[in-house]
Design a protein around this ligand. Structure first.
Ligand code: BGC
Length: 721
């Protein structure tokens, strides 16, 4: 991107204090348009004459900064006047905060050494046809701001009674210019405002607020009368412990604190350059004492990328509805510019495995095309020269070797986006990256046709894990080889769409299937069966599905699958004649199940099936998030099987509607807004069967009770026994 403005920073490092850059300028002619283009090494918040510019929170977002740093543009015509002061706060954000609490990331260390840099141009076009351009340079002033500390994991400290320190001149420095790109992702914005439900004293005597919903964002605090120097000091938590006490050990090293020092009088305040994942807030200090705080003084504000909800599921079963709500919230909370694992602890990373297991659900729930396209560009940018894909993108971990089912985000995500939105540019853009990932495996394996010799996350958090391990007991080489087949297959499909010569990969795919069948004639776990069937590797899929059904029944109709097997489990069952069993797994409320966390009050998806155990004890605080979307991938079955809505052609130019009703529900409704209009699929119990109400904006293949029909766009009613 062509960029002429200088990078500026404070002449001396201000440590934890957030610098405030400012520039005065006056205007003497009528303005036609004023446009600010800006980015920073950190996160910034800009204002003109005291009014906030734009509504992008945490701009410029999070990308692979060395190669891709986004520039935002704001039309500020309505804010300019004769005399103007442009001010910009630059906090540490993702760029300069410590990130990944448990690992020293050399890459992040490098970023952290960078100054609090800012670069901008303000172009003012006048009505007389002339224009002026104001840029960042050493005529700008900089001073310490009231934000005394701000980091992603550790929260924010704001001192409203701090009087502006003396200004000094900013200095210019050699900041990045080759990596500047126009804004690609969705803006991160404030969304729902949630009033505090109640305030209470815990058994251990602490004062705690409950917002009734876990969210990602921050609280807004309103004080009608405070004295300068009094403080609001808050800590954040997702859950209470079994005794009803405030519990945030699972945030690990993330301090997640908010301290606000008041000025005199009435004031309303919220953090500016950070975010928290929370449902509960402990009030550690409050003007007039913690007892004087009241719920009306607190509003929680949800913050996430501006994605539009396109899908919904509503049923006669309130627990299922709560599960769907938890999935929606889980997605919003973890869609803060990058698809993250969790929003609260010292992690909040773009884990590739989590992203690939959830993407189909994500694309039903929200219009995520632009969001993922930006992240996939980061994935390609961070792909190693040998094609390896990191555990997280942006890749701060930089592990020596990639993991199967994590690196496969490179092939799965573009293909799923293409299926959901029908845009072949997605495949065009990512094809090389997809190919390089498959080639990586071909070169890294110790056995041609399989992926052996690697170290992987396995069926992460599978319940059949040997004691003390996070990895389910499904064989790692089996999982890796199954994903090798899957990724190669997706590459072949993408190549066909793009009219590429992919004969080498077609042959490779065939040879993987052969090698897989020879190496793994038997399947030992639920996840092994699921992958063998789903990726079309099992020689006799019906026999393997029968075996899977037996395993589930033998386990008292319960699952043992982890991150890798869970997303496909119900599909595999309902595809092979076990719809009833699929529904039984879904409707189970006892541990382990999707509905069990709801019996424990969950309002988002949990990382572990047993984040809170039946006896009320927690899974170890070492790794126990209550806001991890991975198991929410089951919504794909709610849309794609229970309501039966699937694309017959990418992007729903043609649809499939093949609902799977169940007697245990009196009605079920799935809705999806596609690029071509809204699809609705509803079924309800009648005296002796089901009635189906179907509405489709495109030609559709409808299947009711095994009978297929081709219909044009329209509204249809069917009955079945
Ligand atoms: C993350 C995950 C991730 C996993 C892989 C965890 O710490 O939260 O969701 O996929 O590590 O090891």
């Amino acid at each position: 991107m062509n960029w002429n403005a200088e990078w500026i920073c404070p002449p001396q490092d201000m440590g934890d204090v957030v610098p405030n850059f400012s520039k005065f300028f006056s205007i003497s002619k009528p303005v036609k348009k004023a446009v600010l283009a800006i980015t920073a090494l950190g996160v910034y918040q800009a204002s003109l004459n005291g009014k906030r510019i734009g509504d992008f929170i945490l701009a410029p977002g999070w990308t692979v900064y060395e190669q891709r740093l986004q520039i935002q543009q704001y039309d500020i015509t309505s804010l300019v006047s004769e005399r103007n002061t442009l001010e910009i706060l630059v906090g540490k954000g993702w760029y300069r905060s410590r990130l990944i609490g448990w690992q020293n990331s050399p890459r992040q260390k490098k970023y952290q050494k960078q100054p609090a840099g800012l670069t901008l141009t303000l172009t003012i076009s006048y009505q007389d046809g002339t224009s002026d351009v104001l840029m960042s340079d050493d005529t700008w002033k900089v001073s310490e701001s009231n934000v005394r500390f701000s980091e992603i994991y550790d929260g924010e400290i704001y001192d409203a009674s701090f009087h502006k320190a003396s200004e000094v001149s900013a200095i210019s420095f050699d900041g990045p210019t080759n990596s500047l790109i126009p804004q690609e992702g969705e803006d991160i914005c404030e969304q729902e405002r949630i009033a505090a439900k109640c305030i209470f004293t815990t058994p251990s005597g602490e004062t705690v607020l409950d917002f009734g919903q876990e969210l990602t964002g921050y609280p807004e605090i309103t004080l009608s009368n405070a004295c300068a120097g009094e403080r609001v000091n808050l800590s954040f938590a997702e859950v209470l412990d079994k005794n009803g006490n405030f519990y945030n050990e699972n945030y690990r090293s993330a301090k997640a604190q908010y301290i606000y020092t008041c000025t005199d009088g009435a004031q309303c305040y919220k953090p500016l350059l950070t975010f928290y994942g929370f449902r509960y807030v402990r009030i550690n200090e409050f003007p007039g004492g913690v007892q004087s705080a009241s719920p009306e003084q607190f509003t929680a504000i949800q913050v996430n990328s501006n994605i539009r909800q396109t899908g919904s599921i509503c049923t006669s079963n309130p627990m299922l509805n709560q599960l769907f709500s938890n999935i929606i919230w889980g997605q919003k909370c973890n869609f803060v510019d990058v698809p993250t694992d969790c929003p609260q602890r010292d992690e909040r990373q773009g884990w590739t495995g989590d992203a690939q297991v959830f993407i189909r659900t994500a694309c039903y729930n929200f219009d995520t095309e632009r969001f993922y396209m930006k992240w996939l560009s980061d994935l390609s940018a961070d792909q190693r020269s040998d094609g390896a894909v990191g555990f997280v993108i942006p890749d701060l971990l930089m592990a020596d070797n990639p993991s199967a089912a994590w690196g496969d985000a490179a092939t799965v995500c573009p293909w799923e986006l293409y299926l959901a939105f029908g845009n072949p540019d997605i495949l065009k853009h990512q094809f090389d990256s997809m190919k390089r990932w498959v080639d990586y495996i071909t070169h890294a394996t110790t056995t041609p046709g399989l992926w052996t010799g690697g170290e992987h996350f396995g069926d992460w958090l599978g319940l059949d894990a040997p004691s003390g391990s996070y990895k389910g007991s499904s064989r790692q080489d089996l999982i890796a080889s199954a994903f090798y087949a899957h990724s190669t297959n997706l590459l072949v499909k993408a190549g066909r769409v793009l009219h590429k010569d992919i004969s080498v990969y077609e042959q490779l795919h065939e040879s993987i299937i052969k090698a897989f069948r020879l190496a793994f004639p038997e399947y030992l776990t639920q996840t092994e069966c699921v992958l063998a069937i789903r990726f079309e590797l099992a020689e006799d899929p019906q026999k393997t599905a029968d075996q899977l059904a037996q395993m589930i029944k033998a386990a008292d109709i319960s699952l043992t699958t982890g991150f890798v097997g869970t997303p496909y489990l119900l599909h595999v069952l309902s595809d092979y004649g076990y719809s009833d069993l699929a529904w039984s797994l879904l409707l189970r409320t006892k541990y382990p199940s999707w509905l069990y966390p709801i019996t424990k009050g969950a309002t988002t998806m949990w990382e572990h099936w047993d984040g809170i155990k039946p006896d009320g004890e927690f899974w170890s605080s070492d790794m126990n998030s209550f806001n991890h979307y991975a198991y929410g991938a089951v919504a794909d079955w709610l849309y794609g099987a229970a309501a039966g809505i699937k694309p017959a052609e990418p992007g729903y130019t043609k649809a499939i509607i093949a609902p799977i009703p169940d007697q245990r529900l009196s009605w079920f409704e799935g809705k999806l807004e596609t690029r071509h209009g809204k699809i609705c699929s509803t079924w309800r119990k009648t005296g002796n069967g089901f009635r189906y109400d179907i509405e489709t904006p495109v030609a559709t293949k409808i299947c009711i009770s095994g009978k297929w029909r081709d219909v044009p766009a329209g509204k249809y009613i069917f009955f079945s026994k």
